[in-house]
Structures are given as structure tokens and as C-alpha cells.
Write a protein that binds this ligand. Sequence first.
Ligand code: PAF
Length: 263
Amino acid sequence: MKIVRTISEIRQLTQSSQARTGLVPTMGAFHDGHLSLFRAARAECDVTIVSLFVNPAQFGANDDLDRYPRDEARDADIAGKAGVDVLFAPPVEELYPAGFHTWVDPERTGAEGAHRPDHFRGVATVCLKLFNIVRPDVAYFGQKDAQQAAVLRQMVRDLNLELELRVLPTVRDIDGLALSSRNAYLSSEERGRALALPRALTTGRAAYVQGSDPIAAARAALNGLNPDYVDVLELGDAKVLAVAARVGPTRLIDNVILEGELQ
Ligand code: PAF
């Protein structure tokens, strides 16, 4: 696996190539959720490029940018063993050089956007940059970040980008907790309490199937966690029950599909 740090180097690799290229944008701290995206890219594309960039622009002033888990050597080892062809791991100045002043500002950022001002502005901007730099045919994202995928799909449509977005199902631990790089922050006691999220979503979905209110059912099953939101969101063709809540200092998000497909 090649590790590339500069835009010019990645362009040299991709510009003249006719190969079908899959891009998996990540912030590192790889887990099985990332591995499922790498596998899909490898199965569907000739070349798999993974970007590893902890994007400062999508963290708020009180967010966890400084303590976000970073271990490039471990991530490179995992990606290499998973058959990734190129790891694009640029320094911050490569993507945001001095004098950078242009942002993508998505207007419809839903429940998550309401709680994280400017988060999706940072996500959309860095993803547009990555799409322009790598020029992938397909980009892969996880369903756990369903609202992120919806914002990016809207951007692809509105800005006439020529690529396909694929959203793959959330990978869960055996006890139901959605895999997330932020799970690393949880103490074992907090991890136990975090299980209220997937349980509440399962309860909410069961209520929905029976014709009652999924939001009320999920809220009641949160076992004392105080959510930022529990909401039913229309994301493209899909109806999704989504939750965000803090467990101790760690903010977790999760969702289940009630109807339709995120594609
Ligand atoms: O989902 C993530 O890890 C990030 O939001 C992304 C898509 C890599 C953009 O920084």
C-alpha cells in the first residue's frame, strides 16, 4: 500500500488512470465499520483509495478535535492488510493552506446540524475537496452517519458532481452498540449505559411497526440518557429514526431505518 501526503502525488496516480476508483473518506481510528467500506470498495472498484484526515473544520470549539484518536501507523497497518491500494494522509496545511477562504455551506442539515453549527459545512467542504483531488467513481460512507450521507448526496446533486455515493449498513458490536471511533472514549460503565441508544432505536422501530409513535417509544427507552434529539428524518427515499446523546462527555449518534433504503 502506498502512503501519499500531497495533492500533486495523488493526482499523478489517478489523473491518467482509466481504472474505476473507489474513495473511502475517513478520519482514521479504523474499526470494522471502516473495514466493511474498504471491502465494498475493493469488490466494486479497480483501485481503492482511503483518505485519512482529521478534518479540523468539522469540529466545533467545544468538540473533541484535540483528543480525537490518532494512530496513523496502526491505521496504515490495518488498511494495508485490508488490501487498500493508497492511503492519502495529507497534513492539515495541504488541504487548508494559508489563504484558504472558500466553503461549501449546506442549507439542509437537519437535527444533527441544529446541534453542531458549521459541522456539515466542514464535512461538505472537505469531501468536495477530496472528490476533486481524487476524482473517484464511487465514494463510500457508513449508515451510522446517515445525515452526513444525505448532506453529501444533496451536494453531489446540487453541484453536479460526477460520482456515485454508496451508503453501507452500520456495523455493530455483538451487544448492539454501533461501531464508532468515539467509542474508544467510553469507560466500561459508560459503555454499558451507551447500549441504551441501540436499545431505544430497536424499541422505537418496534413501536413504529405496530403503528405507534417511534419517537416517544425510543425516548422512554433511553434509560435516563438525556438526548440532543430523537427524531424521525426523511433522508431521500428513507425514513430514519435517529438519536444523539451524551454518555458522560462523549457524544454518540445512531439510527435505524424505519422505511425505504438509504442506497
Ligand atoms: O465520517 C467521517 O469520518 C468524516 O465526517 C469524513 C466523511 C471523513 C469527512 O471528514
